[in-house]
Design a binder for this molecule. Structure first.
Ligand code: ZN
Length: 345
């Protein structure tokens, strides 16, 4: 009997919250209608004029609806008073509610959430941001995806223009570059690969006036790259030069593997496509297989050769994908192997 009473109380509360949310949303819709009316100057608009007016102000509605739903769903988190610092684990008290406006494909969304600050770590954080999966910057992941896709398909200026038209959000050239890079971790090689026509045009340019098809190189390698997480911003002791070379945190250096396609044009190379990620051998060859399957590389127009470090795993898999390619051991690894041989002798 007691349990039943508690359940119905919780249900009643949930019901009350739903009613409250509806009331809020309806009020927002009323306000939005007023905005729309202001945008419709013609007494008898054509459909096009009407859709134009709705399109212009659509995000004011969708953005505020999203904000209201977020607000209602995150009530418990809004009241959070204490949180553990993600760096040192110290429990810190909320500094107050801080609003943050993020940009999404449905418009600007204002999120109010308790903000925490750990003094020794000099680190500010809002647990609700992580719970909602917010991107660190103003533009959120949905916009980042859109930017990356556009960037991969069309020239910068067109990408910028389309981005603004489709998302209703302005975007600088630098912003576009940053966004499409930010998303690179989450996207596949085909989204960064230039279209086949672009590669063909470069091949034609290099081939001009020559008897032989140009040499295209596929270089496969691994290299240690520094990885820099957001948390690694504090200053470190030591002179600048020493500091620059020192690993900043455990596991800083990780091996990025990747490949690059380029043309050899006399004494210079013409870059075509590169894909370097912190990834396994399987990932690397899966990406290479995708490139092959998509027909991005016009193999019949070039003489393809593969430059690698001589590792068996590379050779056998390359032969499966590009059976006619000439395999070339790179000079430095060749020298290294000779040195090892000499040592054994
Ligand atoms: Zn801390």
């Amino acid at each position: 009997m007691g349990a039943a009473a508690i359940i119905s109380l919780a249900e009643a509360r949930a019901q009350k919250q739903r009613v409250e949310l509806r009331r809020q949303l309806h009020a927002q819709f009323d306000r939005w209608l007023e905005t729309l009316e202001e945008h419709m100057t013609e007494p008898k608009p054509t459909l096009e004029q009407l859709t134009h007016a709705v399109w212009e102000v659509r995000q004011e509605l969708t953005g505020s609806v999203t904000a209201a739903v977020v607000e209602q769903r995150s009530r418990p988190e809004q009241e959070q008073q204490h949180a553990s610092c993600p760096h040192c684990g110290r429990v810190v008290t909320a500094r107050g509610v801080v609003s943050r406006t993020v940009e999404t494909v449905v418009g600007a969304v204002e999120v109010s959430r308790p903000y925490f600050y750990c003094v020794p770590c000099r680190h500010g954080f809002a647990p609700l941001d992580s719970a909602l999966g917010l991107a660190p910057g103003r533009k959120q992941f949905d916009l980042q995806q859109a930017a990356a896709k556009l960037r991969a398909e069309v020239p910068y200026e067109t990408a910028q223009e389309l981005f603004r038209e489709l998302t209703g959000m302005p975007l600088s050239t630098a912003g576009l570059h940053e966004l499409s890079n930010a998303v690179a971790d989450g996207i596949g090689v085909l989204e960064v690969a230039p279209p086949r026509e672009e590669i063909t045009a470069k091949i034609t340019a290099v081939a001009e006036g020559r008897r032989w098809r140009p040499v295209m190189v596929l270089a496969i390698d691994g290299a240690d790259v520094p990885t820099r997480p957001e948390t690694a911003k504090s200053s470190r002791p030591g002179g600048k030069k020493v500091r620059a070379k020192r690993a900043r945190w455990q596991g800083q250096w990780r091996e990025a593997k990747g490949f690059r396609f380029y043309l050899v044009a006399e004494d210079r190379i013409v870059h075509l496509l590169s894909w370097h990620q912190i990834q396994s051998d399987e990932d690397l060859f899966a990406a290479l297989a995708q490139v092959k399957a998509a027909g991005v590389i016009p193999e019949e127009q070039v003489r393809l050769c593969v430059v690698a470090d001589g590792a068996k795993w590379i050779g056998s898999r390359v032969r499966m994908l590009f059976p006619t390619a000439a395999e070339i051991l790179d000079y430095y690894h060749c020298a290294e192997h000779l040195h090892q041989l000499a040592e054994v002798q």
